[in-house]
Design a protein. Structure first.
Length: 242
């Protein structure tokens, strides 16, 4: 987890965690990189994590070995706060884990989920533009060169003595005509593939707000860093607000 993302979690949760709370982290490791180690949870009555790759003990919390898709060791509505970061992209059936997160979170409690994402914000598009512009400039230069001279190299003689437009020129012209459209609106940066243990998904802002936090209210989603990581936070709706 990047320092930026860790700080974003702390800032988002600072006013949502109370003394005596019970906190679960899905995908936690038994070391200081875990969100459970944060001082935000200093007054929590209970801190516990779950990790598919194995458990362990930290001076402040315990991590159990188990799958986020099946957390039957926990009761429904057991936790005041449920958090997870950089886990769902490695989960082939992440929707099952999301369902379990909602099951164990109490009504009125908090769910916070961080994932690598893709967005179309100005910051993300600026990064793409810086990467693509040298290629676009080269296309413009070659196109301008093809337009110079007697026929600009645009045509070639057919066997019957006629002229036809060169295929390479037609492709170049098509690219040139669409440069403004393709640069940079048609693409967006995202976090590099990292296979620990596997890497399946990247998520949109809508996926975070409308899928991960579907049954929540007071939902916020923020973009952290470039390439973007997305952090979604929501309050689990009570029966009266459902």
């Amino acid at each position: 987890m990047t320092p930026e993302m860790y700080e974003a979690f702390e800032a988002a949760l600072a006013k949502r965690v109370y003394a005596g709370d019970s906190v679960l982290e899905v995908g936690a490791r038994p070391d200081d990189t875990a969100l459970l180690a944060s001082e935000v949870f200093a007054d929590a009555a209970r801190r516990i994590g779950i990790n598919l790759e194995g458990g362990g003990r930290h001076e402040r919390f315990e991590v159990l070995e188990g799958s986020g898709r099946d957390m039957q060791m926990f009761d429904a509505n057991e936790f005041d706060v449920v958090i997870s970061n950089a886990t769902l992209e490695h989960d082939r059936e992440f929707w099952e884990t999301v369902g379990e997160i909602h099951r164990v979170a109490r009504p009125g409690g908090t769910i916070a989920i961080g994932v690598p994402g893709y967005t179309q914000t100005n910051e993300s598009r600026s990064l793409v533009k810086r990467a693509v512009e040298p290629v676009a400039d080269r296309v413009r230069t070659v196109y301008d060169g093809a337009n110079s001279g007697e026929n600009g190299g645009q045509t070639a003689l057919r066997p019957d003595g006629g002229e036809q437009q060169r295929p390479s020129y037609r492709v170049l012209r098509a690219l040139y005509d669409r440069l403004d459209e393709l640069t940079p609106a048609a693409t967006t940066p995202t976090y590099p593939v990292h296979g620990v243990p596997d890497d399946y998904y990247r998520f949109s802002t809508e996926a975070v707000s409308e899928v991960f936090l579907d049954s929540c209210c007071e939902v916020t989603v923020c973009e952290v860093g470039t390439p973007p990581r997305l952090l979604g936070v929501g309050t689990v709706e009570t029966e009266a607000g459902a």
